[in-house]
Design a protein around this ligand. Structure first.
Ligand SMILES: [Zn+2]
Length: 212
């Protein structure tokens, strides 16, 4: 018997019975908000604050194997992309969402990249164009400078996963903290000749404001 017939699902954010994500936790996510990030990179947009249910749900998916949240996040991303300011990515004829890659061990533990699953579920065009090279440690617990040092030159393009030449790319991540990972990924994509008009993240620990 499938396990969900024996045990009703519990919200991955607050453990309330009834659904993978209850309505209250889902309400932590809203229209994309502009994230305050240092540096000159493309604008970063987040759907929720990492503190609170947003972060709890991302952690449940990443670290506790709650794959039942993939459809929940897929729906959130599908709803969010059309709400990005028109030029991100609407004005481009060819565009793809490119997920920030997983550290290899972490992806194995999760049975594949959760971000790729989310984009597929959202029904949006995805390109798995990036990978971390050897030697990139998990960035948990590292400060901004240490993260940059950890990432410098270690994000590479995956030849078999690239978008069509000249396509625009929206980078997708699950949490933006220092912005170092996103920035390293954007650099690699730009070196590859792709325009990166925006970064979309499910959550952020940084300050946000409405983009209009
Ligand atoms: Zn909940």
């Amino acid at each position: 018997m499938p396990i969900n017939l024996l045990f009703p699902p519990r919200c991955a954010g607050c453990r309330a019975e009834g659904a993978s994500c209850c309505a209250r936790c889902l309400a932590a996510f809203g229209a994309p908000r502009r994230v305050d990030v240092p540096g000159k990179g493309p604008p970063v947009f987040a759907l929720a604050d990492y503190r609170g249910p947003g972060g709890a749900l991302v952690l449940a998916l990443k670290e506790r194997g709650r794959r039942d949240l993939v459809p929940v996040f897929g729906a959130l991303v599908a709803a969010a992309v059309p709400k990005l300011p028109r030029r991100y990515p609407g004005e481009f004829r060819e565009w793809r969402l490119v997920p920030v890659p997983s550290r290899r061990a972490a992806a194995r533990r999760r049975g594949g990249s959760h971000l790729v699953g989310i984009v597929r579920r959202a029904g949006l065009p995805v390109a798995c164009a990036l990978a971390f090279g050897p030697g990139v440690a998990d960035s948990v617990g590292l400060g901004a400078a240490a993260r940059r040092a950890n990432l410098a030159g270690r994000v590479r393009l995956v030849p078999g996963g690239l978008p069509p030449p000249g396509a625009a790319v929206v980078l997708l991540d699950d949490v933006v903290t220092t912005g170092a990972t996103a920035s390293a990924c954007v650099s690699a994509l730009k070196i590859g000749g792709f325009r990166v008009p925006a970064v979309l993240t499910l959550t952020t620990a940084r300050r946000t404001h409405p983009h209009e």
